[in-house]
Design a protein around this ligand. Sequence first.
Ligand SMILES: [Zn+2]
Length: 264
Amino acid sequence: MIKKCLYITLLLLVLILSGCANGTKKTAVTAEKTLPEPVPQKVTTVQLMKDTPYATPAFIYESANPGPAVMVVGGVHGNEPAGAQAAKKFCDVKLIKGTLIVIPRANETALQANIRTLPEVGDLNRAYPGKASGTPSQQLTYGIVQLMKQYKVAMVLDLHEGYAFNAENQKSLGESILPGKDDVSSLLAMDAMEYVNKDITEDKKKFNVLANPIAGSTAYYANTILKVPAFTIETSDKQPIEDRVKYSFTIAKFLVASTGIIAK
Ligand SMILES: [Zn+2]
């Protein structure tokens, strides 16, 4: 009887101890779960041309993990809405590291009017490096340049549209990538072209890699003055808007992901 009592007591002790052990384990798991989360990405909105009819936001997403800064610009020409919409899609992309600066509607008044640009604004894509007190396009580009310099951008993309398919009509830049003059830009553009063309069956709609961005443009400035890889991406407005946005975003995302700040 005493032996039986001792045995039961021992069994109870073992059960209690194992329960404690489990309890300890549970506490450890709970403690692990309550460890501080990684700092979520910080978003800062900078108003370019603040308090003017040309005001437009630059969204700056900064990861807690250090890494390069990339700028994506859209809506430089108001009759090229796919570039603006594709750039806007980057506002929903999660950063792995570094900084992403998104200016989706660079030429706000022109986008609203659905024309290339308003005469009083001028062509943003010929206005770089801009001026602190010049025409609206010079002031806008000056503001964009200040952000490029402040965040020491490592890559710049500018999303546009052409009126035809370049493969069919070489006068149009539609469905092309214009890389900066450096080797990195050229090689990345070739890779991005191969990547997007896998999804395009009709030859005339396939993307080409053309010569360098035009003088005075966003990508030209970033590449020749700041010496960073830069690209002008052109879709064709012969395509439905959904396809233009899809291809513009596909190419841009491929290029941004090459820096490691977002997933492919
Ligand atoms: Zn354009």
